[in-house]
Each structure stands twice: as C-alpha cells, then as structure tokens.
Design a protein around this ligand. Structure first.
Ligand SMILES: [Zn+2]
Length: 63
C-alpha cells in the first residue's frame, strides 16, 4: 500500500506515574477525516512502573 507519510509516532504514557511505556503510530489523516483530530488516545495497558494496568494517554513528546 502507498505510504503518504501522514503517520505520527506518539508515546503512550501512564496517566498515574507519567512513565512512558509504549510507542505507537497514529494515522493523522484518518483521524482528521473522522473529525477526531483533537481526540487523545486512551488505552488501558500494563505499566511496569506501577506494576498494574493503568490508563495510558498519548503524548507527542518522545523521550
Ligand atoms: Zn504507571
């Protein structure tokens, strides 16, 4: 498939301890087409720092 370079790398940080645990890709064009460009990803993932599942939020600041 054609790559349009619209993908954005975002970090997923724990909402509790702010630890950056995951890095994911977000398709910016897709988000804008859906009218959700301002919405933030929120995923429940395991945080190694908290040692339990926490809400992780996206952050454009990669460490
Ligand atoms: Zn945590």
């Amino acid at each position: 498939m054609a790559k349009k370079g619209a993908r954005e790398i975002v970090a997923l940080i724990c909402s509790v301890c702010k630890n950056q645990n995951y890095i994911t890709e977000r398709n910016k064009v897709n988000m804008e087409l859906k009218g959700k460009k301002d919405s933030k990803l929120e995923l429940k993932k395991y945080c190694h720092n908290c040692r339990k599942v926490q809400i992780h939020k996206e952050s454009s600041k990669l460490k």
